[in-house]
Ligand binder design. Structure first.
Ligand SMILES: Cc1cc2nc3c(=O)[nH]c(=O)nc-3n(C[C@H](O)[C@H](O)[C@H](O)COP(=O)(O)OP(=O)(O)OC[C@H]3O[C@@H](n4cnc5c(N)ncnc54)[C@H](O)[C@@H]3O)c2cc1C
Length: 533
């Protein structure tokens, strides 16, 4: 099974489209909706030409910025290269729970990786939460940081066993957890546990604070610069950008959330979208706290305090990227879920964003297999505040030649056939079947006039598989519907006004510009003279 899957992968690489022109991309956000953290971090570029760096970090989300600062504070000369601006990616659209437990629960980690490894992970997770707290205190970052308890509950009797397994695993590993009869949310439940030692913050205020310290220490950053190539030779890693510039470093870290280009890690993680909303509460809840149920996909909620105001942030209704044509329905379901349970004044924001589910349940953080001095951080599932930060507890050691037990456990080179088999097969059969079967299902349009303003549709135009978008002025734009990563057909996302690829999660704006990789080039424009209205 594993072999067939790799063969298919090699075939799919062969159809990678090449020779596309590089275009500089200037966008404000990875989608049309606005998150609760609307705090654009505008950033001046710092001069970086003609310099050699110790480490180049690609991507300015929580992973890249935390790591760059950690390295810079410890004497390394660093450069961050970011395609758009800091916080443009999922970090600007997260719900920002900082947890020491994960979507892959500790009972599963024990069964898949063994108790000793689970203990290593549990200790590292606890240390990561403390590390964020220390940064907030040390640098005096006003980022609405709060230490809170998490309430995990079953909503049906048949989920009780899972909750008991989680409780037992937490207690075995020393994750402070106990059964409770009360949760500080007006949600009915069967059984619940209280997990202490959690935290939360405003992710972009935190990022801004860390970035400031990084730059004060001499760290450099280049925004609106897309990395298109990265090659290691003779102990030097050369990075090429969309502007045709070249930079050199001893080490390079991909902190881009997904693996970029034709990496095999695009097949070891599956892209999913989650929906979130924030509502203003009329007053303070009994205590700031977080909660989630055990549904599949689960609903997650937390309170947030900003100034004198209290909010509830909720999320859920996840699906695999590109597989939900009616994304507005997911928002409606989330809104109903919240309205049925929580009293609030008004809705502040609704937004969606992307995350990556790893094949065996744990992220890949460490040295890129087969490469010298190139590192990778991907597959964080819904836990990237913790795992993204945890990269700073792993990669600096690796760069200094020290492979800790944690680094071994999360190594991208790990082979976990037992743990991963079921999940790898499921996720990747989905992906590969998307890739090899022609997913071009033109929308039922007899006439392009049927496309509304600000709407996109797939259509067959003069025999071409087209992604067609009508802009505000009525002008139609025609693009090749094939994703420039591996040639799957993109699907229209009506909420984010984007074209999303169901295979590896590449996303393009309405006019075809890359929002999120692994694709590196825009959808190909097709010249078609069509009437406007
Ligand atoms: C709705 C939602 C809610 C979530 N809630 C939580 C939560 O409560 N707690 C939690 O722990 N996790 C949560 N997650 C997951 C978490 O938000 C992410 O894992 C985390 O933000 C990823 O951070 P990152 O820095 O690795 O990636 P990103 O924030 O995505 O940053 C990557 C950056 O790399 C840049 N980039 C990409 N390609 C290139 C290139 N070729 N050249 C240069 N730059 C490039 C991008 O522009 C981007 O700015 C949530 C995810 C979603 C979708």
């Amino acid at each position: 099974m594993q072999k067939n899957f790799l063969q298919l992968w090699f075939q799919s690489v062969a159809i990678l489209q090449k020779n596309q022109t590089q275009i500089t991309i200037i966008m404000n956000q990875a989608g049309k909706t606005k998150s609760f953290w609307d705090n654009h971090i505008s950033q001046e570029n710092t001069a970086a030409d003609n310099q050699k760096f110790d480490v180049i970090i690609i991507g300015a989300g929580i992973t890249g910025i935390t790591l760059a600062n950690e390295l810079q504070q410890n004497g390394k000369k660093c450069l961050i290269i970011e395609k758009e601006h800091p916080g443009f990616g999922t970090t600007g659209r997260t719900t920002a729970h900082i947890n020491n437990f994960f979507d892959s629960s500790y009972d599963e980690v024990i069964s898949n990786f063994g108790e000793k490894n689970a203990q290593v992970l549990g200790n590292a997770a606890k240390e990561t939460v403390s590390y964020i707290k220390r940064n907030v205190q040390k640098y005096g970052i006003a980022c609405e940081f709060a230490e809170v308890d998490f309430y995990l509950f079953s909503s049906e009797e048949n989920q009780n066993k899972k909750l008991e397994d989680i409780l037992e695993a937490h207690q075995k590993l020393g994750i402070e957890t106990k059964p409770t009869q009360n949760i500080p949310f007006s949600i009915p439940f069967e059984k619940a546990i209280e997990i202490s030692g959690q935290a939360q913050f405003h992710p972009l205020k935190y990022l801004k604070g860390i970035l400031k310290k990084y730059e004060e220490k001499g760290g450099k950053i280049l925004n609106q610069t897309q990395v298109t190539e990265c090659k290691a030779e003779n102990e030097v890693v050369t990075v090429k950008t969309s502007e045709g510039k070249t930079f050199e470093a001893t080490s390079v870290v991909w902190a881009t959330h997904h693996a970029t280009g034709d990496s095999r890690f695009n097949l070891l993680v599956a892209p999913y979208r989650s929906y979130a909303m924030s509502v203003k509460l009329s007053g303070a809840p009994s205590k700031l706290a977080q909660t989630a149920d055990l549904e599949e996909p689960y609903h997650y909620l937390r309170y947030h305090k900003s100034g004198d105001n209290y909010y509830l942030i909720a999320g859920g209704f996840d699906h695999k990227t590109g597989e939900e044509p009616d994304t507005e329905k997911r928002f409606a379901e989330l809104e109903k879920y919240v309205k049925d349970r929580i009293k609030f004044e008004h809705i502040e924001n609704k937004w969606s964003a992307q995350y990556y589910v790893p094949a065996d349940g744990l992220p890949y953080i460490g040295k890129m297999p087969g490469e010298e001095n190139i590192y990778l951080c991907t597959g964080f599932n819904g836990n990237g505040m913790t795992f993204g930060t945890m990269a700073s507890l792993i990669i600096p050691d690796l760069i200094n030649g020290n492979e800790t037990d944690l680094a071994k456990m999360l190594s991208p080179s790990r082979i976990k056939p037992v743990a991963s088999a079921k999940q790898v097969i499921k996720e990747n059969v989905d992906t590969v079947s998307n890739l090899i079967k022609d997913r071009f299902n033109p929308d039922e349009i007899s006439d392009l006039e049927q496309i509304e303003k600000e709407e996109g549709k797939l259509a067959e135009v003069d025999g071409d598989a087209c992604a067609v978008f009508r802009d505000k002025s009525g002008q139609l734009h025609f693009m090749d519907a094939k994703c420039t990563h591996m040639g799957c057909h993109v699907q229209w996302n009506p909420s984010e006004k984007s074209w999303d690829c169901p295979c590896h999660g590449s996303r393009f704006d309405a006019l075809g510009k890359v929002l999120i990789g692994p694709a590196l080039t825009d959808l190909e424009k097709i010249n078609a003279e069509k009437e406007t209205r």
